[in-house]
Write a protein that binds this ligand. Structure first.
Ligand code: NDP
Length: 241
């Protein structure tokens, strides 16, 4: 059945693939983004999907933006917390600012976006929350103490909220992508990709954004009602939990 789905960071990269896949599955999709107006405009022109700009790190902006979307489009039944950033540095060089920006966006952003939709989902006895974490939240990654901490926190958040939402018909799950061929990963030097990164991936290639998107569509579906508190690792066999 068609539902209203909100995808944060839904106009670029993995988020754009998720938005398109949910639209293809018949849902009414809206996407948020932080500042890249050109990408958002091009995305809306291509897909017809409405985009809204605010930072997931700002609670008041999230609450106001969600109110606006629910007034304009309808109650949000599916929330995909996908927006994320990196501010990499080895820990001895990491600044408090790099720590804070990543925690505020990648971890607190989940609170900020989920809290304003939670009561409505409880009242309507239905909700699907899908959090895009990372393989680096599962295994840790040198140079990413901030990102690994935030993404590991996303998994704890997912499991706690799954328990709270279960009786109210709300499922809360996480997906941990490995290396996915987005602009960010494609920007890595080809030789580094070929010699150092791809050999770590047993399937022998990067993942495609659509491969994450298809997992989201499944978790968002009525068929996935018995799956909650789960983490899907989509990493080509690079890491098993
Ligand atoms: P991109 O950098 O391609 O896109 C990130 C999206 O998030 C953009 O739409 C961006 O908006 C938005 N965004 C960033 N900060 C904020 C903010 N404060 N408020 C609202 N929106 C924001 O990222 P990817 O597609 O590569 O990654 C998507 C998710 O998947 C992230 O959570 C990432 O951590 C995770 N992931 C990615 C992997 C990969 O290999 N690519 C691997 C594992 C996890 P704008 O367009 O305005 O900049």
């Amino acid at each position: 059945m068609s539902k209203v789905a909100l995808v944060t960071g839904g106009s670029r990269g993995i988020g754009a693939a998720i938005s398109k896949a949910l639209q293809h599955a018949g849902h009414t999709v809206v996407a948020t983004y932080a500042g890249n107006d050109d990408a958002a405009k091009a995305f809306t022109a291509e897909t017809g999907i409405k985009t809204y700009k605010w930072s997931v790190a700002d609670y008041d902006a999230c609450a106001a933006g969600i109110r606006q979307i629910e007034d304009e489009v309808g109650p949000i039944a599916i929330l995909v917390n996908n927006a994320g950033i990196t501010r990499d540095a080895m820990f001895h060089k990491m600044t408090p600012q790099q720590w804070k920006e990543v925690i505020d966006t990648n971890l607190t952003g989940l609170f900020n976006m989920t809290h304003p939709v939670w009561s409505g989902m409880r009242d309507r006895k239905f909700g699907r929350i899908i959090n895009i974490s990372s393989i680096n939240g599962q295994k840790g990654q040198a140079g990413q103490a901030n990102y690994s901490a935030a993404k590991a926190g996303d998994l704890g958040f997912t499991k706690a909220l799954a328990q709270e939402g279960a009786r109210a018909g709300i499922t809360v799950n996480a997906i941990c992508p490995g290396y996915i061929a987005t602009e960010m990963v494609k920007a890595i030097d080809e030789k580094v990709l070929a010699d150092r990164i791809i050999p770590q991936i047993p399937v022998g290639r990067l993942g495609e954004p659509e491969e994450i998107a298809r997992a989201v569509v499944f978790l968002a579906s009525d068929d996935a009602g018995f799956i909650t508190g789960s983490t899907i690792s989509a990493n080509g066999g690079q890491y098993f939990v």
